[in-house]
Design a protein around this ligand. Structure first.
Ligand code: PLP
Length: 357
């Protein structure tokens, strides 16, 4: 399938942001997007890259009522020599296929997906910022567009990719965050869709996030839905604990999103000789390890930040400081190493980097 490309009228193109320190996240989008339709019986058809525009949707479009919507999040990075890189894009593509299957949506053709990604990023190359830690954020999305009420899988879909420049996650420095253990609300239950990037998961997480924020915490530490004992994720990131000489992260039980950064950290730390364990970890074990002084570091992981150190944890009315409340040495080492791989500054022993220009 050929991707038809229509270039925006240069007079209508947006000015590119001049001050890279003001980019923030998710507010600026480029001049073009990729879009393709799916109809039952016809499959994916008419892929195109065209000037970005509002979508016109009938108010009875199914995505607006029943949440049949999935997405991905990834980035393109500019190296010092102006090379452009993606980081493990085939993993995002495979994950979106799994999300689609779980939500009864048609998987996007993986070859077309990769081609669309590369073509769109290259077309919007001049939007990729130059500053350390900045990147072009990429948001593939699929929505159900059949015009019908009644809960059933839609027979029409739209898949699109929008991209936009984003600032360095740590514009104000690589600082520790404070997290809040929610014992009342959960993100994802066994048998649910917590292991998919399904839009509804994020709507369902907002209330607990607001509660944490009111208490002065940046993110929610989610516990398992069945026992409210075992840690699962933090906010929209995976989580790691360094206890003694073990780096521990919860196993992919079905209610945890299989982060690509999570997998990258497991492999990288393993290659450094660190004992990495994927096992259940209760909040009580963590608080005990903290009391004993064996809990050395806690950090979250994800595409947005690579790793994000946790300095304080609030649980059952008390605040606990992790280590000295600062940034752990392994957290810092992982951050530096992965950042340098992403920006083409270091050898890429795992073949994670995809150079597209
Ligand atoms: C996207 C996401 C992550 C992190 O995934 P990465 O592939 O590492 O960016 C973790 N948890 C949730 C709930 C997510 O949505």
């Amino acid at each position: 399938m050929e991707i038809k490309v229509t270039i925006a009228d240069p007079k209508r193109m947006k000015p590119k942001p001049q001050d890279e320190s003001q980019l923030g996240f998710g507010r600026i989008f480029t001049d073009h997007f990729f879009i393709v339709k799916h109809d039952a019986g016809k499959g994916w058809h008419g892929p195109s890259i065209e000037p970005i525009r509002p979508l016109s949707l009938d108010p009875a479009s199914m995505c607006l009522h029943y949440g049949q919507e999935i997405f991905e999040g990834m980035k393109a990075y500019r190296g010092d020599d102006d090379s452009i890189y993606l980081f493990r894009p085939e993993e995002n593509i495979k994950r979106m296929t799994r999300s689609a299957e779980r939500l009864c949506m048609p998987p996007m053709d993986e070859g077309l997906f990769m081609e669309a990604l590369k073509k769109l990023v290259l077309l919007e190359k001049d939007w990729i910022p130059h500053g350390a830690g900045t990147s072009l954020y990429i948001r593939p999305t699929m929505i159900a567009t059949e015009i019908a009420l009644g809960v059933h899988p839609s027979n029409r879909y739209l898949f699109f990719i929008i991209v936009g420049p984003v600032g360095a996650y740590y514009a104000e420095g690589f600082g520790p965050t404070k997290i809040y253990v929610s014992e009342k609300y959960t993100r994802s239950a066994p048998g649910g869709v917590g292991d998919c990037k399904a839009a509804g998961n994020y709507a369902a997480s907002l209330y607990a996030g607001r509660e944490a924020s009111k208490m002065g915490y940046t993110q929610v530490l989610w516990l398992d839905a069945r026992e409210r004992r075992y840690v699962e994720e933090v906010g929209t990131s995976n989580i790691f604990f360094m206890i003694g000489n073990d780096l521990i992260t919860p196993p992919l039980s079905g209610s945890i999103l299989p982060g690509i950064m999570r997998d990258s950290i497991i492999r990288l730390a393993g290659s450094w000789g660190i004992n990495v364990l994927q096992r259940q970890l209760s909040i009580d074990e963590i608080l005990q390890a903290n009391a004993d002084g064996t809990l050395k570091e806690v950090f979250a992981s994800g595409t947005a930040a690579i790793v994000s150190p946790v300095g304080q944890v609030y649980c059952r009315g008390k605040e606990y400081v992790i280590g000295d409340g600062g940034i752990g040495s392994l957290t810092g080492r992982l951050y530096d190493e992965i950042l340098q791989i992403q920006y083409g500054k270091k050898a890429d022993p795992f073949g994670w980097r995809v150079k597209i220009s």
